[in-house]
Design a protein around this ligand. Structure first.
Ligand SMILES: [Fe+2]
Length: 234
């Protein structure tokens, strides 16, 4: 068909190769999370568990653990490649990890409902462990709700080209715009599946703020500091 497809969405997919000790260290952290949190009576009936939902201190700060230093470094490199490809070699932007959290998908139909990450600009998923040959629990990206329905009465779910499905593979990294809606389809396997999600903020360098770009957080002033003076404004 003579279609011209407009407005592509960039999703980066790369298969990383951690050495055995790095891989084992990340696996051990996910197993500890699974053992200590998922098996807690409060959570054990869930079909998935994501560290950032619980409101427990530290569960969304996985990137501060030594076990994830290697992955942080890989992510820095890949994100820079992503930005250079889109914006050119001299993009001069900086990338910050806002949070990173473990995700456990139950082996009996574990899934995550469609959502976006409104707090971030770029998000990433890294599969810490998957089962060889098991492609269930795919990550599906979806076009915005109104992309088709504004111009024709076709629900976006019925349009075959509305989404992209990415197969999970051990040590695969996916990087995508955070406002791109996505879900995890039903996972079935012998064991729970472990992955890590990152939310990233893209800012200018310190003191280099430009119109329509988020300044570096060092250029921000917390407004709450004004309250410490304990004086009602006159
Ligand atoms: Fe997500």
């Amino acid at each position: 068909m003579p279609f011209h497809w407009l407005f592509p969405t960039p999703v980066l997919q790369v298969d990383l190769q951690p050495d055995q000790s790095t891989s084992a260290a990340m696996q051990a952290e996910l197993e500890a999370f699974d053992r200590n949190v998922f098996n807690h009576p409060e959570f054990c009936d869930r079909n998935n568990l994501t560290g950032d939902l619980l409101g427990h201190a530290g569960l969304d700060q996985l990137h501060r653990l030594q076990a994830f230093e290697w992955l942080n470094h890989q992510l820095a490199w890949q994100t820079n490649c992503f930005l250079k490809e889109l914006l050119g070699e001299e993009h001069a932007l900086q990338v910050h990890i806002q949070k990173a959290w473990p995700v456990v998908c139950s082996n009996k139909g574990g899934m995550i409902e469609p959502h976006t990450h409104r707090n971030a600009q770029l998000s990433a998923v890294f599969y810490v462990s998957t089962e060889v040959g098991n492609e269930t629990g795919e990550l599906e990206f979806q076009a915005p709700d109104d992309y088709f329905s504004h111009v024709m009465s076709v629900p976006y779910q019925d349009a075959a080209i509305s989404g992209g499905v990415f197969a999970p593979q051990q040590h695969r990294l996916l990087l995508f715009p955070s406002d791109l809606r996505h879900r995890v389809m039903s996972y079935n396997g012998k064991a729970p599946r472990y992955s890590v999600s990152y939310d990233l903020a893209i800012t200018t360098s310190i003191g280099q703020g430009r119109e329509m770009q988020m300044p570096h957080p060092m250029d921000w002033v917390p407004l709450v500091d004004e309250l410490k003076q304990d004086n009602r404004p006159q």
